[in-house]
Design a protein around this ligand. Structure first.
Ligand code: UD1
Length: 417
């Protein structure tokens, strides 16, 4: 297993290009299952999760070609509407194949995702929604087996906003008979990007990005071209890394409008942030204030930025609090940050972080994707050498992170197994 070695203490300086968003690319790759014609996606991020999704789709019969950061997918025939355990266990987002397969083929078998490091993460909302649309769903031998000769439009209210749940039902509804209304839908920007992609394919969708999404089913979708939106979490991660090292970094190909809560908070703690159309510049000021965040569904503070913010809090002036409301076990990074000298107490779902003068490098273990990013940031802040083990989590969601950080002057290297 690869590891990362970081010698910390050097401010990040320079420009970095932001990649396409993982959480938009994954549902958009699945959208190809809805049409026999080709879907051309630009700004495809080079990530393990994207490669896993493409492997999954090609096993189903989708023909895939790459060229210069773009990918063309053609699901002319789907010969195997199945997402096997071997792939689903490495990537929960495989559940996104369920809605499109059911809508296009009338049947699907997708392995149950099971638990994962950050919590239980059930999929009951996906199942309830598809059942409301007329699907017959059985859970057997660890698989979700779904059948529906023709899905029917339905009025479905989520018990809580679910991002992939909203995406799954939105995709299924594009080919259903009649109108589907999704209430208490998630409002994340990746859902809006998926709706743009589906609309380019001929779907009729209103209200994506609000809590009420209306989809009028059509007989068939056609080929289309779409550019994957910039990754707001990768953007936020580089900004926090720049703030944490008192550096000066400019993000290119970013979208500041998607990061309002994060940018507001960074300004509030005392770093300078300038947003352009597709650029964000951050300049550290030598120190930063403590802060208080509570994660919430969009437009609230993103849970996917909580761990990175905790790394920043370890050296802030004063006591910060970070409350996690979306996932029950998303504090796995606390123990590892403590190994680097952080002063953190966890009470329930809130971490109280008492800022210290300096972290000191140590060996740590990455436990999940965003926890890994927080350890990289902490390693960049720390004095001396930090070695991060199990970085396969990072490769799932950050494109060439050590190369991008090296370009910004970080002393970071991959130690291959
Ligand atoms: C997506 C993102 C992930 C992000 C998360 C929250 C992708 C591929 N992943 O994950 O990066 O951290 O949104 O912003 O886009 N829930 C249920 N039943 C369900 C579905 C969800 O109880 O059927 C609960 C979950 O346990 C969690 C909350 O709802 O507590 C939100 O989860 P959800 O929005 O579904 O997360 P994902 O879509 O899996």
């Amino acid at each position: 297993m690869d590891r990362l070695r970081i010698y910390g203490g050097k401010p990040l300086e320079g420009e970095v290009n932001i990649s396409g968003a993982k959480n938009a690319a994954l549902p958009e790759l699945c959208a190809t299952l809805l049409s026999a014609e080709p879907l051309l996606l630009h700004n495809r991020p080079h990530l393990n999760d994207v490669r896993t999704m493409e492997t999954l789709l090609s096993q189903m019969g989708v023909v895939i070609e790459h060229s210069n950061g773009s990918v063309t997918l053609r699901a002319q025939e789907i010969d195997w509407p199945l997402a096997p355990y071997e792939l689903v266990k490495t990537m929960r987002a495989s559940i996104l194949a369920l809605g499109p397969l059911l809508a296009r083929c009338g049947e699907a078998r997708v392995s149950m995702p099971g638990g994962c490091a950050i919590g239980l993460r059930p999929i009951d909302q996906h199942i309830k929604g598809l059942t409301a649309m007329g699907a017959e769903i059985n859970l057997e031998h660890g698989y979700i087996s779904a059948k529906a000769r023709k899905l029917k439009g339905a009025h479905f209210t989520f018990d809580m906003p679910s991002v992939t749940g909203t995406e799954n039902l939105m995709m299924a509804a594009t080919l259903a008979e009649g109108v589907t209304v999704l209430e208490r839908a998630a409002r994340e920007p990746e859902i809006v990007d998926l709706a743009l992609c589906l609309t380019a394919m001929g779907a009729k969708i209103r209200g994506a990005g609000t809590s009420r999404v209306e989809i009028e089913g059509v007989a068939a979708l056609h080929g289309a071209e779409h550019r994957v939106m910039p990754d707001r979490i990768e953007s936020g991660t580089f900004l926090v890394a720049a703030a944490a090292t008192h550096g000066h970094v400019v993000l290119r190909d970013a979208d500041p409008s998607l990061l309002k809560t994060v940018l507001d908070l960074l300004r509030q703690i005392g770093v300078t942030v300038d947003a352009g159309n597709d650029t964000i510049a951050l300049r550290g000021n030598g120190h930063f204030q403590s802060f208080h965040i509570t994660t919430a569904p969009y437009p609230g503070f993103p849970t996917d930025m909580q761990a990175q913010m905790m790394a920043l809090a370890t050296c802030a002036d004063g006591v910060s609090t970070l409350t996690e409301t979306i996932f029950e076990s998303r504090m796995m990074h606390v123990q590892e940050l403590k190994r680097l000298g952080a002063d953190i107490k966890v009470e329930g779902n809130t971490a109280h972080v008492n800022g210290v003068k300096q972290l000191s490098g140590a060996n740590v273990m990455a436990t999940d994707l965003r926890a890994s990013a927080s350890l990289v940031i902490a390693g960049l802040m720390a004095d001396g050498e930090t070695v991060i083990d199990r970085i396969y989590h990072l490769d799932r969601g950050y494109e060439a992170i050590e190369k991008k950080l090296s370009k910004l002057g970080a002393r970071i290297e991959r130690i291959s197994a």
